[in-house]
Design a protein around this ligand. Structure first.
Ligand code: FAD
Length: 500
């Protein structure tokens, strides 16, 4: 570890200067580091993360039952076979990432407890300079790099999103957000309300139900769920035939991706039929005469948000056993003993768990500037959701929301490595993205298409995000199947790229 002090500008070759700095040691940062090491072996690079270890999301979320909601054949990297059950626990995902770090020799390239506060691009030096606070000592270090690879995730890691409900301060019990789960929280024999209806609420409720007196899942509106066995018959069959794990991974991935592609198409073409099918899938798992229309019939179209997979139908078992129940209503206010609902009913609780989502963080809360002038990301235009107009030598990994996040980590990894090699071939130290002449008056749109995908945290933060425009270059499609074809064929010499 280095001992350099504040504002000493590092020189090339020093411990604080790198060709590439990767920000974040979550699943995106580790995957990107693997690709960089493999595809650009000459680049000196370092991964910086503010936490004490790798894993990001999977390290910080500690609520009971934390697990993936997509399968690990596609949430896992394309280069590292997954051999466990398709839906994995947080711990299994961390173990998998740990193996990647070991296999790829990444350990020596990662520095933890490094929180990036500021990043300034100098046009004169063609360098990024980062002000980094060490979270244990409070010391500030100055790092520099030629290229910045942002893998900082999409939400504020400090605090989850909890709406500001009236009367919260009067509640005599405990209010807990799953993102900031208190160690040793005692919910045994307690009355618990879980607010929310997404994947977190659906995971949390059945995992604590057995120990609690009762768990009430309080939702404003219902969500689609897809119950199924936590197994992949194709992978199991291939394994029984002693097929190599690398092949099983690849074949199973292809099958899952094909099935998902077909499913998205059907869901878009026949939303009502798919909706009916999803609801019919859960009805038999609920008690006879259960009010499925109120609690499990969503108002949005299937695939507008990720459909939460419920392994082995555990959420529904809790409801059948009488340990968990659903309430679909709106919160009027908190009271001393619980929650008053708009319908007039009230719910008592010892603990309220707010599985109400995230605060979106635009690029890790880092203060970005160019030649010391602060950048307002809402004034920039995104290049395919991975670079920005006017921001040189920087790429951003925002994964997929509907398909597995990591599929995009691999695609962007290939793209950035190709771009870095291309810059070397041209002996360029800077790459810029700019609109073509004919695009100057292009209509600008919100970052994400609300008709395609509309989770709350994106809607709340739309005004802070970069803009989209017409034409493939300026779209952020969130469509793996389109990008899989387009990204490898991007012409790095087309007019929107300029090199110096
Ligand atoms: C509970 C939960 C379950 C999920 N399940 C799935 C799923 O099943 N499938 C799926 O596709 N997606 C899922 N997601 C979305 C998930 O966040 C991503 O799939 C993925 O794990 C994100 O990885 P990441 O590396 O991009 O970001 P993160 O995991 O958020 O990691 C980012 C890292 O960057 C670091 N960082 C951020 N800002 C700074 C800074 N300023 N300085 C230094 N370091 C910084 C953070 O400390 C963190 O370690 C889930 C999300 C949650 C919260």
């Amino acid at each position: 570890m280095t001992t350099a002090t504040e504002k000493q500008a590092p020189t090339p070759g020093s411990e604080l200067h790198f060709d590439v700095l990767i920000i974040g040691a979550g699943i995106s940062g580790i995957g990107s580091a693997h690709h960089l090491k493999e595809q650009c072996p000459d680049k000196r690079f370092c991964v910086l993360d503010s936490m004490d270890s790798f894993g990001g999301t999977w390290l910080m979320h500690k609520y009971p039952g934390i697990r993936s909601d997509s399968d690990l054949y596609t949430f896992g990297y394309r280069f590292k076979p997954w051999s466990g059950k398709p839906i994995a626990t947080g711990e299994e995902i961390l173990n998998y990432m740990g193996e990647v770090i070991k296999d790829s020799g990444l350990d020596e390239h990662i520095r933890y407890k490094h929180k990036i506060m500021q990043a300034n691009w100098s046009s004169a030096d063609k360098l990024w300079t980062l002000q980094v606070t060490l979270t244990d000592t409070g010391e500030t270090l100055t790092y520099t790099c030629n290229f910045l690879w942002m893998c900082q995730g999409y939400y504020d890691h400090g605090k989850g999103y909890t709406p500001d409900w009236q009367g919260m301060e009067s509640f005599k019990g405990q209010i807990v957000h799953p993102q900031n789960w208190p160690e040793g929280l005692d919910y045994k024999n307690k009355k618990v309300i879980v607010i929310g209806s997404g994947a977190t609420a659906a995971t949390l409720a059945p995992n604590i139900a057995e120990d609690c007196e009762h768990v009430t899942v309080l939702q404003r509106s219902p969500t689609y769920f897809f119950p199924g066995k936590n197994e992949n018959p194709l992978a199991d069959q291939l394994r029984s035939l002693e097929v190599k794990e690398e092949w099983i991974h690849e074949i199973t991935r292809r099958q899952i991706l094909k099935d998902q592609h077909d499913y998205v198409k059907v869901a878009k073409d026949y939303p009502e039929e798919v909706k009916k099918e999803l609801i019919n899938g859960i009805t038999p798992l609920l008690p006879d005469g259960y009010d499925v229309a109120t609690h499990f019939t969503p108002r949005y179209r299937p695939w507008h948000q990720r459909i939460a997979f419920v392994p082995d139908g555990d959420l529904f078992k809790g409801i059948r056993d009488g340990k968990a129940s659903m309430v679909t209503d709106e919160i009027e206010c908190f009271t001393e003993s619980g929650i008053q609902l708009k319908s007039g009913k009230s719910l008592d609780a010892d603990i309220v768990m707010t599985a109400t989502g995230f605060n979106l963080s635009v690029l890790g809360g880092i203060n970005f500037s160019i030649d010391e002038e602060t950048i307002d990301f809402s004034k920039l235009i995104t290049y395919r959701g991975m670079m920005f107009t006017g921001l040189p030598n920087m790429a951003w990994v925002m994964g997929y929301f509907r398909a597995s996040w990591t599929l995009r980590v691999d695609l962007i990894g290939d793209f950035v490595c190709r771009l870095l090699r291309h810059m070397d071939d041209k002996k360029a130290r800077q790459v810029n993205i700019a609109l073509g002449e004919e695009e100057q008056d292009m209509e600008l749109l919100d970052w994400g298409d609300i008709n395609e995908f509309n989770p709350g945290y994106l809607q709340r933060a739309r005004h802070r995000m970069a803009k989209r425009g017409a034409g493939a270059n300026w779209q952020h499609t969130q469509d793996y199947w389109v990008e899989r074809e387009e990204m490898p064929n991007i012409d790095l010499d087309e007019g929107i790229f300029s090199y110096q």
